[in-house]
Design a protein. Sequence first.
Length: 380
Amino acid sequence: MRFPLTSLVRLCALSGLALFASAVGLSRAVPKPASFRAAVHPRFHGVNGLVLDPPDRRNFLLDSETGALRPFDPVPGYRVDFVSCSPWCDERGGVEVVARVTGKPGDASSSAFNGSALVRFPFSGGRLRSEAPGGPAIGGHVSWLNGSPSRLVFPGGDGALYVQDIARSGDPTEPDGAGSPPRPVAWRTALPDGGRLSIADSVCPAVPALGGRLLVALSSGLDVTDRRRLGTPQIWWLKLDPQGTSVVAAGRLTPPEEAPGAARVFERFPNLGVTPDGRAVLTYLTRESSASTWRLKVAPVTFDGPDGAPVVRPSTVRDLGDGFAAAAPVFTRDGRSIFQVVRRPEGEANRVRRFSVAAALEARPTSAAELAVAPRSAER
């Protein structure tokens, strides 16, 4: 039996098309292998120079190993705010940066970014990738949810908390915006003080005892002195569902002010570290409404609340003094020390102060009044 040459050619062509279609289908059905990532303590933390006095239009990185504060200008012609380094490194030892990138004031040519979309890039330098926009302007530092290299949370400029999935890093074939647009984190538990709230300063410390909870500065209810605005921010913990898309439990972490009628006190910029002996330690900033600088507070955290929720006892809070800038305290990797940026530095060498966590926790106030206002001595 003989086949005409044209029939043979046609058969080969059809077979080739079938094989090609099968290969394409398999390539789409089989997921790409995940990149290796190892957990690391983020070494660098972004600091906006505008919080200094006098204001500095540059952005800085605070080194959690040395306490050095160095300028950081990775995108010439643009402001790079709320810089956050990934709590993991890839197989080459590289880490990734996410930030809000906007045009500098007065520069009409810098219009590629508008502050409503995350921008990320390798810390060592490389391609900038703009994630899918969709939410309000980014209002604070971005945090990776614990255990996820591609799911982020951040406070929006509208006071809501947002979650966003980003494309896999290190893959040049992934286009910009390959992740999901940001979406508000829903509340599946009772809203505090009647349901009005605003969130700032979200952070996801990699502390197993937290059970994946976030720490935030949360303003709720109405201010007792001005019913037109929300109350002063306080440090709260939030527990999210496994997908990180809704709040399933929440509670205040810091103890309430004991004295009725006391001055309004703002609580901001929480962070949590672990000392070499395994103690979880909270640090945060406070400021009375009439003050221009912030006070640094530190306190041990226990986990004996409902369902192992974190608790801070009023008698354990220590005051490390004032004069600090509106920037989050930073723990060293071993949890022995805290670095805090000074608002009015006396020379380049004194822009950051270092405190011994052990010395701070061992300091004993003589009265409740001293606990609230007296500065504590600390080791350099």
